[in-house]
Design a protein around this ligand. Structure first.
Ligand code: CO
Length: 653
């Protein structure tokens, strides 16, 4: 067993304190105490307390003798008044530097507000009556899911802080509530007034009767034919962790957990000939949105921005060895603030491990007695998981020995469901069981990457490959070549994928050249993508304008982190990407930020219930002339090297 060998890194122990280290428990509580001192109120609740990152210039000028001032950025809500505050606290000086009211915005609900919503819905006579009419009388056996409200222009909802609660029958604690949705009942809760503002009771469908469970206990039998598969690294993992810095092979990076974004990596670089060459200053999930495509009263409003509206990082799973992660694992804890401003440790929040990844490169030389040169690929995996209501999302960064980076998002958990009448057929929802359908939807993930390829000043080119015209220069019509189009300014920066031309993007540093005299670079390669299907007039299209393109490029600005704006809840749009690009800043040979949008169309199939098998999507970054040659030539042969030749194998494997 490898359980004893796992280590947990206490995020609080800063053996090598760095300006980008996330706030410690003590810093979080100091920040909260200073805010409470500045604004004493029994109704003050903290939505988030996170590191206020120092400007890049200060980070790079950092030396241990004169570190940048540690600051915390606070979002709080005074629930008595329903007023939102933003503050910046100087932790070194013990002072509140700014404390300002933010009018007209709604941050993520606090945990207390979710509890309030649940309570007021259950106590509402209209909700109780709507359930009784559908044959549901035992309200203790009802699960209520609070949903971000969105903004569909209803005058009654404007200026209020609202959630929409939908209900499910859940007979037992271990039941699957999503198997038994109570269709057409939506309780619109005013979180400040602590009351149900409106009860939508439209569209009756029978509550499905079967409790379709996915837990082991509910299965008739479990397969028993798998023999043990153990991953052992008798000498331990090949990476090292010092505070938040991780080193593996030539890779260097800083790993942290943010209460909103979840997993964030900083200062990703590659050591080359004694020099750590920067690749990315900061990379993490900027925003995500899951627009649903069914028009019924219980479905149309579903547009979860799981990061900005809910605070995905606060919902990070505690990972377990042998289940979530297999092998020689190092875990990193996360620390976030609760509503009261107390530090909460999220144990085993980030998983670090190595994986064998098949063949790194190989060749069998038929001119040299079939001499084979083969290298195994090993990758470093940095991952975390968050469960947001029904869905579970895994965020994986892979670092390879050939200098490439891959981001993979794993989607699993339980689909949203809706009850449908006998024989009812909807184009926008597919049946998964009797009287139970899954509404069609999409998942968009916007990953913000402040790429600094060998330094901050970079230029992004769109690369399309096309046939060349037939003529004297192309007499055999066989010629084709890439076209590089620079993205010169932000008005040109909303780009779409185009698989027919192999479209990808090349990010180069014009100020630094490789051995063949060309600028060093990295390329960004799309994986699964899809356009947003909601019409341009749809509320979600305006609020999630970022998701209508696959790549955005902007000038780096520390205030531009969130693709749908800092406060997407109940927003009407315009914030985030449209605002960031409105100044049409020049982008050539500048400090640019890439925002790449991964998109998945989720047409529901029967196999997606009662729990969806994991679906993966993502993108890759590959070196393009960043190195002078294949950087993985020096990867060593496995210790017990394979010497199979001509079908004979000396190791008996
Ligand atoms: Co889905």
């Amino acid at each position: 067993m490898v359980v004893e060998e796992s280590q947990s890194v206490q995020a609080d122990v800063r053996t090598n304190a760095h300006p980008l280290d996330p706030l410690t428990a003590a810093e979080i509580e100091q920040a909260a105490a200073l805010c409470r001192e500045r604004h004493p109120s029994e109704h003050m609740r903290f939505v988030s307390i996170a590191l206020h990152e120092p400007p890049k210039a200060e980070v790079y000028a950092f030396n241990a003798e004169s570190p940048p001032i540690r600051r915390a950025f606070i979002v709080a809500i005074e629930r008595g008044e329903g007023t939102v505050y933003e503050g910046v606290v100087n932790l070194d000086g013990g002072s509140v530097e700014t404390w300002e009211i933010c009018p007209g915005v709604q941050p993520s609900p606090t945990f207390e507000e979710y509890q309030d919503a649940d309570r007021v819905i259950r106590a509402d006579a209209r909700w109780q009556e709507a359930l009784r009419r559908r044959g549901v009388t035992d309200f203790d056996k009802v699960q209520i899911d609070p949903w971000p409200a969105g903004n569909f222009g209803d005058p009654v909802e404007q200026g209020r802080r609202i959630l929409r609660g939908i209900s499910y029958v859940r007979d037992e604690k271990a039941s699957n509530g999503y198997a038994r949705p109570i269709e057409g009942v939506v309780a619109v809760v005013d979180l400040n007034a602590k009351e149900v503002l409106t009860l939508v009771d439209e569209g009756d469908a029978p509550v499905p009767t079967a409790d379709l469970r996915y837990d082991a206990e509910a299965q008739l039998s479990l397969r028993g034919d798998l023999r043990p598969l153990e991953i052992t690294q008798p000498d331990g993992a090949s990476f090292s962790v010092d505070g938040h810095e991780v080193r593996w092979q030539r890779w260097r990076m800083r790993v942290s957990l943010h209460p909103r974004e979840g997993l964030v990596l900083h200062q990703v670089g590659y050591e080359d000939d004694g020099e750590v060459r920067p690749i990315c200053h900061r990379m993490g999930l900027s925003e995500m949105v899951v627009p649903y495509g069914d028009t019924s009263p219980g479905q149309y409003f579903k547009n979860a921005f799981d990061s900005g509206e809910i605070g995905l990082g606060r919902l990070t799973n505690a990972l377990t060895l042998g289940c979530d992660c297999l092998g020689e694992i190092v875990y990193m804890d996360g620390v976030v603030a609760n509503d009261a401003g107390e530090a909460q440790t999220l144990p085993n929040a980030v998983c670090l491990h190595e994986e064998d990844h098949n063949i790194l490169w190989k060749h069998v030389d038929m001119h040299n007695d079939n001499h084979a040169e083969v290298r195994r690929s090993r990758r470093l995996v940095v991952s975390s998981w968050a469960t947001v209501g029904n869905y579970d999302y895994g965020f994986y960064w892979y670092f390879y020995q050939d200098g490439s980076i891959e981001h993979e998002i794993k989607l699993t958990g339980i689909i949203q469901t809706m009850a449908v009448g006998d024989g009812e057929s909807r184009p926008t929802a597919n049946l998964v069981a009797k009287n139970l359908a899954g509404p069609i939807h999409q998942h968009f993930f916007c990953v913000r990457m402040d790429l600094d390829i060998d330094g901050a000043a970079n230029t992004v080119y769109e690369v399309d490959t096309h046939p060349l015209p037939v003529g004297p220069d192309n007499p055999h019509a066989n010629a084709f070549a890439p076209t590089l189009t620079p993205i010169r300014s932000e008005s040109e920066a909303g780009r779409s994928v185009q698989s027919s031309s192999g479209r990808h993007w090349r990010i180069v540093n014009p100020g630094r050249t490789n051995a063949i005299g060309e600028p060093v670079g990295y390329t960004l390669h799309p994986g699964e993508t899809v356009d947003m299907m909601a019409g341009e007039e749809a509320a979600v299209s305006k609020r999630a304008a970022f998701a209508r393109k696959q790549l955005w490029v902007t000038r780096e600005s520390p205030n531009e982190l969130y693709a749908a704006g800092a406060y997407p809840s109940q927003s009407t749009g315009g914030d985030g990407m449209p605002a960031f690009t409105s100044g049409n800043r020049a982008l050539e040979n500048e400090d640019v930020v890439l925002w790449y949008v991964v998109g998945v169309n989720h047409l529901i199939r029967p196999e997606d219930f009662p729990v969806s098998p994991t679906h993966t999507c993502g993108f890759k970054l590959r070196p393009w002339g960043f190195f002078d040659t294949n950087p993985a030539l020096d990867v060593a042969l496995p210790e017990e090297q394979c010497t199979c030749a001509e079908g004979e194998c000396t190791h008996g494997h």
